[in-house]
Write a protein that binds this ligand. Structure first.
Ligand code: NAP
Length: 419
């Protein structure tokens, strides 16, 4: 293991730690964190373990040994504890939804331990300091969720037990190998490592589209979902909540600025091939945070959309033109064009296997152009807006209004501009 990861493994960075704040001044904590960062850049791992020891002696964190044993924690349900005594390990804390989930959990008073990469965000543009600023209030540690050994070692060195693991991990590209590596393997690593340290509940951010799995990332997610459910079946004391949201605002805002500049709103077919109940990051984060304590969300698959009726692309475009006070101008593209392009990519991938991701991205585009992000009614085989639960208060119209005013900052799509 590298020098740097050895440091990361043994250090919790905290901008405003929740569990310790009543015991010690935040000024000291802040200082510890800043010192830690400079240690990360310059010190050997031997030097680094020293501030951690001081930190442990001073703060007496709630550790596995402090609670007698991990088994004790598990037997007495964490749900009866005070939120500040509930340790939640968050994987995927730096993503579009993960960031909001961390903030929501911190605001609700939980003790949040967030795993992050040394360079996080889209194309790794955030430094450690950026990440610490972004995840204010959480205890952040830097590790590698894609490697179980590294992750377990990092967690053991923190000397904490956990009550809940919450994963917002997702491939940033949707590429074939990356999807299996993150949506399946890394997510499973967080389950194995968290469970070993006492976690008795797992909250998973999945996606509503796994109901009709035609894409690799959906298959990877489904495989993990199945293993998570199996884990709960085999272990009486272990539970899960699987959250399957409909479309995020960021996925629907890509045309706002183009339309503002006078371009037409582009849609496939007649603009009514698919529909969704868009949900904001804040509303979804709140629903996900509910899954920590709500007993009615235990061992449930939870499809969830935002408030209001389901919207087709045509209706989304109409909302946008209304806000702009302009005559609607639509460009309706036959879906067959996508099928043609996918056919060519599928043919090419047989000759050039390295093109598998390009072919997959084509399929992802095709999927979202035609499939609704709504509950698939098993009785009718049709998507059902009525059967898709609504939650929250933020509307797509308000989101479009904000993007027209302030632009798409913070709403950037992933690395292949697909998600
Ligand atoms: N877009 C939609 O409309 C929509 C709708 C329903 C459901 N969903 C689902 O919602 C989920 C989360 O979406 P999101 O937009 O919040 O995802 P995101 O912004 O892409 O965040 C992904 C998270 O996973 C982490 N991650 C990715 N690759 C990693 C790696 N190699 N090593 C360590 N960490 C890695 C990222 O860390 P870094 O910051 O270090 O990269 C980040 O924290 C996905 O499962 C998606 O399928 C999306």
């Amino acid at each position: 293991m590298s020098l740097c990861s050895s440091f990361n493994a043994s250090t919790l960075h905290s901008a405003q730690p929740q569990i310790y704040k009543t015991r010690f001044s935040s000024q000291f904590i802040r200082q510890f964190q800043v010192n830690s960062i400079s240690y990360a850049l310059a010190s050997s791992s031997q030097n680094i373990s020293k501030p951690l020891e001081i930190w442990r002696q001073r703060f007496k964190p709630i550790t596995a040994s402090a609670t007698n044993s991990v088994e004790t924690t598990k037997a007495s349900s964490f749900r009866s504890k005070n939120p500040k005594d509930i340790n939640i390990l968050v994987a995927g804390s730096t993503g579009y939804i993960g960031k909001f989930v961390v903030k929501e959990l911190v605001d609700r008073g939980f003790n949040v331990i967030a795993i992050a990469r040394e360079r996080s965000g889209i194309r790794g543009r955030n430094s450690k300091e950026d990440t610490l600023n972004e995840l204010q209030g959480a205890n952040v540690f830097f590790s590698d969720v894609t490697d179980l050994g590294t992750l377990e070692k990092s967690l053991q060195e923190l000397d904490l037990s956990f009550d809940v693991v919450l994963s917002c991990l997702a491939s940033r590209t949707g590429g074939v190998k990356d999807s299996w590596k993150i949506d399946y393997e890394a997510t499973k690593n967080s389950l194995i490592a968290g469970k070993k340290l006492g976690a008795s509940h797992f909250v998973l951010l999945s996606a509503i589209c796994v109901q009709k799995p035609l894409l690799e990332f959906q298959r990877a997610k489904l495989k993990f979902e199945a293993e998570l459910m199996k884990a709960a079946e085999l272990d009486n004391g272990f539970t899960y909540s699987i959250v399957r949201p409909t479309a995020f605002f960021k996925s629907l805002g890509g045309q706002v600025e183009l339309v503002k500049e006078g371009k037409p709103y582009v849609m496939f077919g007649d603009g009514k091939l698919c529909a969704c109940k868009p949900i904001s990051e804040q509303d979804l984060a709140s629903f996900i945070a509910d899954c920590v304590l709500s007993e009615d969300k235990i061992n449930q698959l939870l499809p969830i959309g935002g408030p209001g009726k389901a919207l087709t692309p045509l209706e989304q475009g109409e909302i946008l033109f209304k806000l702009l006070g302009k005559e609607p101008k639509f460009l309706k593209v036959p879906i067959g064009i996508m099928d043609f392009a996918i056919g060519i990519l599928d043919f090419l991938v047989k000759i050039f296997p390295a093109m598998e991701d390009a072919a997959e991205f084509g399929k992802i585009g095709r999927y979202y152009a035609a499939e609704s992000m709504l509950v698939l009614d098993p009785e009718t085989g049709e998507y059902s807006a009525e059967k898709t639960p609504s939650y929250g208060k933020d509307t797509l119209e308000e989101f479009f209004e904000r993007v027209l005013r302030e632009g798409m900052a913070g709403q950037e799509l992933g690395e292949q501009t697909i998600f």
